[in-house]
Design a protein. Structure first.
Length: 355
């Protein structure tokens, strides 16, 4: 019992509610769910019960090829429902509704995460790169949270965007922090507030043995940069910073095969930065503003020049230098013909340079 509850903890009654065996990698495994007061817990680990041929396992600590093989694969940290005390918020939200909605979200997420365990590490990594804020996570369970926490979302919007802003109370902050820990974060679009899946946080519940270098490098670079770049009709970051991030993605793209999903996803991010610094038509941060007679402003051009000078030898630097020469020869304007040719060049598989 102490192995389950931890040293020094009091004994607890644990009731088995599900038991399933499966074979894999020459071993048989037992998967189970159990219940403790106030929480449902899904075991993230597997319990080995016998070799594939029914031979009992060796004693703990004994080395064997079979146990070494079993240690490889996809490791998933399933979500465990919080204790009731973690959801207590002095009536800031309907705690029963919060529990119901959160239980549904946890169950839906664990289904998605659980599917990865049967995959090879590289297969699971490639699948996770396709995750978005909306998929593959159950939109119905997120919608249930939106409905249950509608008042909280309204207060969050007032605290973030109100005039004047109304600070959130400690209990509201506690609930939002709890939901964030479970991969749900508030967002607003076109005046509507809602919860979205925090894909970055959910991906961190999965690890691979052996590691998948291309995936790890992709996620490390992605996590080092902001996840939200554009809001309120404009870009939140300076041109030079956006250009520097584009160069970082170029360097990543040169480390992965051009026909891989890692290149495909990295190229999307690269084009996101490059499209803004060269072609932005966002009303609040346009590259060629109408108020300047569709001419690029000198400060924007200087920022691009800085990116090119600080990153010699990159195709991004070469392209920016060519771009600046073309628009300077056209009174700082971008011609339609050159813009189309440049866009096609950027989208081609040979740009940036790949192995």
């Amino acid at each position: 019992m102490s192995d389950m509850t931890g040293d020094g903890s009091s004994p607890q009654w644990i009731r088995m509610v599900e038991f399933q065996t499966k074979s894999g990698e020459g071993m048989a495994y037992a998967h189970f769910l159990y219940k403790v007061p106030d929480a449902y817990i899904s075991a993230a680990d597997v319990v080995q019960v016998a070799d594939g041929d029914g031979t009992p396992l060796q004693q703990a600590g004994a080395a064997s090829t079979a146990t070494a093989v079993a240690a490889q694969g996809v490791r998933v940290e399933r979500m465990v429902a919080p204790q009731v005390t973690a959801m207590a918020c002095n009536g800031a939200v309907d705690e029963a509704a919060l529990k119901t909605a959160l239980d549904a979200w946890i169950e839906a997420c664990n289904v998605v995460l659980g599917r990865l365990e049967s995959m090879a590490p590289d297969e699971a990594a490639r699948g996770m790169l396709a995750w978005t804020d909306e998929a593959p996570f159950d939109p119905a369970s997120i919608g249930d949270m939106d409905k249950s926490m509608e008042a909280l979302l309204g207060r969050w919007m007032s605290a973030r965007y109100g005039h004047p802003q109304t600070p959130l109370g400690a209990d509201d902050q506690k609930v939002l922090a709890l939901l964030a820990a479970y991969g749900l974060v508030p967002q607003m679009a076109e005046g509507i507030t809602f919860f979205a899946a925090d894909v970055s946080a959910l991906r961190k519940r999965v690890s691979f043995e052996p590691p998948v270098a291309a995936y790890s490098d992709y996620m490390s670079l992605r996590d080092s940069q902001p996840s939200v770049l554009f809001t309120d009709g404009g870009c939140r970051y300076p041109v030079k910073e956006m250009g520097t991030w584009a160069v970082q993605w170029e360097r990543y793209l040169n480390t992965v095969p051009a026909d891989s999903v890692y290149f495909k996803e990295g190229k999307k991010r690269y084009l996101e930065f490059m499209t803004h610094i060269l072609f932005s038509d966002l009303p609040n941060t346009p590259a060629f503003p109408r108020y300047n007679r569709n001419r690029m402003e000198k400060t924007w051009m200087a920022a691009l020049q800085s990116v090119a000078l600080e990153n010699p030898g990159t195709q991004t630097s070469t392209l920016i230098t060519e771009f600046l020469g073309k628009i300077k020869a056209n009174d700082n304007r971008l011609s339609a013909a050159y813009g189309e040719a440049l866009w096609n060049k950027m989208r081609s598989p040979s740009f940036p340079r790949t192995k």
